[in-house]
Design a protein around this ligand. Structure first.
Ligand code: MIC
Ligand code: SF4
Length: 645
């Protein structure tokens, strides 16, 4: 029986576990990446493990999220990460060099390698044929130390692409179509593998747009084959030696199949407040807009920017619209500057931002009250833009630029003929903003620079015998990590200070939660389906840990967040009967007896006694051998420390 591309790469990297569907496997990690908002914590954890030099082939620390430095905190964190990188064998991409995923694709991605990153959009690397997975910072720290990364052997979905995109229809519309069909829960436990003749018509950056936003499906990752198009891209980045051909076997067997005829697609948008809330451009055409933001790791490649510049050339941004553009990397920005496209954007009235995440993570450019904002980004969760009632629509750069001129939602196909946009034969190569680590001889003398905002990892304790406490919070379905641990310009600077950041935990849902949880000392949270979707930020587990949350009981979990809870020593439990969710309320007194015994013996079923209601509710505690040990130890840090002893 033939193998899928995913299986081929996983098989070449598996170091632990049985290579059978549904079981947990440990894979060797070739490359890691971190960004600054998750990086400080990841490096504090790495330091706590005591491994002098990273054991990966390539580890890179990027600064791209917290670049709005309105106090000392962010700049201190940047210095800290820079110094840790230098000391421990990690490349350091300085602020201004670009968004981690865009730069990694350009300068470091290698077909057939494994990459984990402390950012949920790490699957961008799937565009170049990598198995690239988003993970919690602690998992990345362990991988840097040479440890395996554990995933459930995924289901593999074949997405066969047929035909070719029509003019002005974009890669963004392809992934929006996949989201329309599969929903934000549809990818959980799955890898999305693209194939078919339509693949050839998509450049590497276009493929990366699709794999990037595959994160919004909840998928483990997404991947494209490595072919001639991949080789052309790598040649243009002067990295042809990194190329190898990679594709699935003809007779590979998939768990699910989807066929998309690229030529039948039309521009569309994800409407507020979910990336799978898709409407066609026909339904939205003519809607008045207030803001357009172009950029983010989904759509900030040179080609995206060239199309935008072409649409803007000789025009003026509509008087009622604010247009901001953040090219994805220094390479992109510099090439736009040299070929004149930047001038076309500036002439049209675009507000040019630095090459960073910027508005995508609420770092500035929040829309006006109730403002309608078209963005080329990947997430439109409520409040993420920084304006609680902001209405965010996710669209392609083509749709964004055409709408910015018209002042209303505009189908870019109304622009007439589309010229042929082609990737350059050679990109502008200048890695002077990527600082290599100190040599083995010099590393010991590198001093770590720690600012006062950097506080240690919260205290953990081995898993208790019983859990007896109150329900401190009850929330509904599709709770995102932006609800649990909001980001934005005010809160992000606190990413290396758990006591301070936990004051904002869940405040989007309930202002009083942090105080209440702290006062209770110990509590559990109850939630609905797909709990913890979105970002990989482990702060969404570390803040609850600090606030005394012992277990989270939900209908179902999103993958990375569930792993982060386990890593933090918080027990992830699910209802046996989803209807029981309705029976338990915030404030109820509960008891789950024999938790430690059950976890150590591998008992799957536990009983929650709701003492307030006089009810018994059956729960599932589905942990594998390794995750059971992690839970018993009080989290991955304690477990790893033990293992290294
Ligand atoms: C995001 O897009 O939500 C982020 C900010 O990049 C996060 C990481 C973070 O919260 O720091 C992610 O996607 O993992
Ligand atoms: Fe940055 Fe936004 Fe991409 Fe997250 S999704 S890495 S915040 S650009």
């Amino acid at each position: 029986m033939g193998l899928t591309l995913t299986e081929k790469i996983l098989k070449a990297h598996v170091v632990d576990g049985e290579f059978v569907k549904g079981s947990e496997i440990g894979i060797r990690i070739d490359q890691t990446l971190t960004q600054d908002a998750t990086g400080t914590m990841a490096y504090l954890e790495y330091e706590a493990m005591g491994v002098p030099r990273v054991k990966t082939e390539r580890s890179v620390a990027y600064i791209d999220h917290n670049t709005l430095q309105s106090g000392f905190e962010n700049a201190d964190d940047h210095r800290f990460i820079g110094s840790v990188a230098k000391k421990h064998g990690i490349y350091f991409s300085r602020p201004g060099n670009g968004i981690c995923h865009q730069v990694h694709l350009e300068r470091f991605g290698v077909p057939g390698k494994t990459l984990i990153g402390s950012d949920s959009h790490t699957p961008t690397g799937g565009g170049i044929g990598m198995i690239a997975i988003g993970a919690g910072g602690l998992d990345v720290a362990v991988a840097m130390g040479g440890g395996a990364y554990y995933i459930t052997y995924p289901k593999i979905v074949k997405v066969e692409l047929k035909g070719k995109l029509s003019p002005w229809v974009a890669a963004k519309d392809v992934i929006l179509e996949v989201l329309r069909r599969m929903s934000v829960k549809g990818g959980v436990g799955k890898v999305i593998e693209y194939c078919g003749e339509g693949v050839k018509s998509l450049s590497v950056p276009e493929r990366a747009t699709i794999t990037n936003m595959g994160a919004e499906l909840g998928a483990t990752t997404s991947i494209f084959p490595s072919d001639e198009v991949t080789l052309e891209f790598l040649k243009a980045q002067e990295r042809a030696e990194a190329w190898q051909e990679l594709k699935a076997d003809e007779d590979a067997v998939y768990d699910e199949e989807l066929v998309i005829d690229l030529s039948s697609l039309a521009p569309m948008a994800a409407c507020p407040h979910s990336p799978d809330n898709i409407k066609s451009s026909e339904e939205l055409a003519g809607m008045k807009i207030d803001q357009v933001c172009i950029g983010s790791c989904t759509n900030s490649s040179l080609m995206d920017m060239m199309k935008v510049a072409y649409i803007l050339k000789g025009k003026t941004v509509h008087p009622d619209v604010s247009l901001s553009i953040a090219p994805g990397s220094k390479q992109v920005l510099n090439m736009l500057a040299k070929n004149g496209a930047l001038s076309d954007m500036i002439d049209a009235g675009a507000r040019i931002l630095e090459s960073a995440c910027g508005p995508c993570i609420g770092m500035g450019q929040s829309p006006n009250s109730k403002g309608i904002s078209l963005r080329t980004f990947n997430r439109n969760f409520e409040g993420r833009s920084g304006t609680k009632d902001g209405q965010i629509y996710l669209v392609s750069p083509e749709t964004a630029a055409a709408s910015a001129i018209a002042g209303v939602f505009t189908d870019p196909r109304t622009l007439g003929d589309m010229p042929k946009f082609q990737l350059p034969e050679v990109f502008e190569i200048n890695d002077n903003m990527i600082v290599p680590p100190a040599s083995e001889e010099e590393m010991d003398s590198v001093e770590i620079l720690r600012g006062p905002n950097i506080k240690p990892y919260p205290e953990t304790a081995p898993l208790a015998e019983d859990i007896a406490c109150k329900v401190s919070l009850k929330v509904g379905d599709n709770i995102t990590t932006d609800h649990i641990m909001p980001a934005g310009a005010k809160i992000l600077p606190l990413r290396s200070n758990i006591p301070a950041i936990s004051k904002h935990c869940f405040t989007v849902c309930d202002e009083a939660f942090p105080e209440r949880a702290k006062a209770l000392g110990k509590s559990i949270i109850v939630g609905g389906a797909n709990y913890g979707q979105g970002s990989s930020r482990e702060h969404a587990a570390l803040a609850p840990l600090y606030l005394g949350v012992k277990a989270v009981v939900v209908k179902s979990f999103a993958r990375i967040h569930r792993a982060n809870l386990i890593n933090a020593g918080i027990l992830p439990l699910t209802f046996v009967n989803e209807a029981d969710y309705d029976k338990i309320d915030q404030g109820d007194d509960i008891e789950i007896l024999g938790v430690r015994k059950a976890v150590s013996e591998g008992t799957v079923q536990l009983t929650l006694t709701d003492k307030t209601k006089g009810l018994e509710i059956p729960l599932l505690c589905e942990l594998t051998g390794r995750t059971r040990d992690i839970m018993l130890a009080g989290g991955l840090l304690d477990y790893t420390r033990e293992a290294l002893k």
